[in-house]
Design a protein. Structure first.
Length: 118
């Protein structure tokens, strides 16, 4: 095992490809302005002072979770290379093109036994 995350392995594999970001700089600037307006008008003043501290929670996987996510959290997201379609690499939407709709789920899919590394 290389000790790399799946994202790091995929990034190494696609370095030579031309990336097409899903969001333009103009769109990200507009989203940032909208987010700032939301945060300054909807989020209470008390919560605004600690916005980057309080909303972070830890899931069972020990990965910090923010209160909300926007395209600003992943500005270089390339739809076809990072997400793709079902039945094609990087298989983020399932191994089969029909995404398991044509087959009954097996017990191993329902039990969630083991960890992602296993």
């Amino acid at each position: 095992m290389s000790g790399k995350t799946t994202k790091e392995i995929l990034n190494d594999l696609i370095k030579s490809q031309n990336r097409t970001p899903l969001y333009s700089k103009e769109a990200l600037a507009k989203i940032q302005a909208s987010f700032d307006t939301w945060k300054n008008t909807v989020v209470s003043e008390k919560d605004r002072k600690t916005y980057t501290v309080i909303p972070k929670t830890i899931m069972g996987s020990d990965i910090p979770r923010d209160l909300t996510y926007t395209p600003l959290d992943n500005p270089g997201f390339d739809y076809e290379n990072d997400l793709g379609y079902a039945g094609q690499a990087p298989f983020t939407r399932g191994l089969h093109a029909n995404m398991y709709r044509g087959k009954a789920w097996t017990l191993r899919q329902l039990s969630a036994a083991g960890s992602p590394q296993e």
